[in-house]
Ligand binder design. Structure first.
Ligand code: AMP
Length: 244
């Protein structure tokens, strides 16, 4: 499936393992509770590109008890950002080692600060790569708060559910892999508000950063899940066609 043609994207060589996929590097920006994780997973699948979630990588490292995981956990549990140096080196190493930038990648949760965005641009430039498009999933503040308090994720693969808007078929069990659903510590109590504050004070500045680069597009995230996905595909397709 090829959505558009242009300099920035190329149908992949089938020998690379993603028949018919396109190569595009996207950043998905959205507050906690915006549906970013759910949409990112589907979007990456629909576009045939890799999905990289910085939050998932930190949680995995934390569960595995690696040195990075132990350091990151302190910040995760408090709902604070992991320091830029740790975050940047984790992501840049991960995407370089996995060779993901060759095939196209959807970055979910990274960058979250201007310093991270600048480090990402520098890192990509040195590998002769770049971000094609940054998509902001816009959801009103009060909707975010109510969504976050009902959010559950699965232990095995971090699939996301919501008590109100996206419940599992069997309560407490993931539809996709049967693992237990749990509420993240940082989705509870004061950590939720702290994470939203960080988003609206710090991460939101990325909109200006990517706007200045002519790479920003915005999608209304306050719609049913399927509709948001369709809009995302449409908006990205349109954006890339215009740039080609
Ligand atoms: P998320 O699943 O994207 O909400 O991320 C969960 C937690 O991981 C965040 O609250 C931060 O503690 C940490 N984290 C994820 N991505 C980043 C990032 N780009 N910069 C700093 N911390 C991050």
């Amino acid at each position: 499936m090829t959505f558009w043609k242009g300099d920035a994207i190329h149908p992949l060589d089938e020998s690379q393992g993603h028949p018919g996929a396109i190569m595009v590097n996207i950043i998905l920006i959205g507050a906690q509770g915006s549906g970013k994780g759910t949409q990112a997973e589907r979007l990456a699948q629909n576009l045939g590109i890799h999905h990289v979630s910085s939050g998932d990588l930190f949680r995995k490292a934390s569960e595995e008890g690696t040195e990075l995981g132990r350091k990151a956990r302190l910040y995760l549990d408090r709902g604070e950002l992991v320091p830029d140096d740790l975050t940047v080196s984790m992501i840049l190493h991960y995407i370089a080692e996995s060779n993901y930038m060759r095939d196209g990648v959807l970055l979910d949760g990274f960058p979250r600060t201007i310093a991270q965005a600048q480090a990402l641009d520098r890192g990509l430039l040195s590998a002769d790569r770049h971000i094609d498009c940054a998509v902001y999933l816009n959801v009103p503040h009060e909707v975010l708060l109510s969504r976050l308090s009902g959010r559950y994720i699965c232990r095995a693969a971090q699939h996301v559910y919501n008590r109100e808007t996206n419940p599992p078929k069997v309560p407490g069990i993931c539809d996709l892999d049967g693992s237990e659903l749990y509420q993240r510590p940082d989705d509870q109590g004061s950590a939720v508000q702290k994470r939203l504050n960080i988003f609206f004070e710090e991460t939101i500045r990325l909109l200006d950063y990517y706007q200045k680069q002519g790479k920003l597009v915005e999608v209304n995230g306050n719609q049913p899940i399927e509709q948001v996905q369709e809009t995302l595909l449409e908006v990205i397709r349109h954006f890339m066609a215009e740039r080609s």
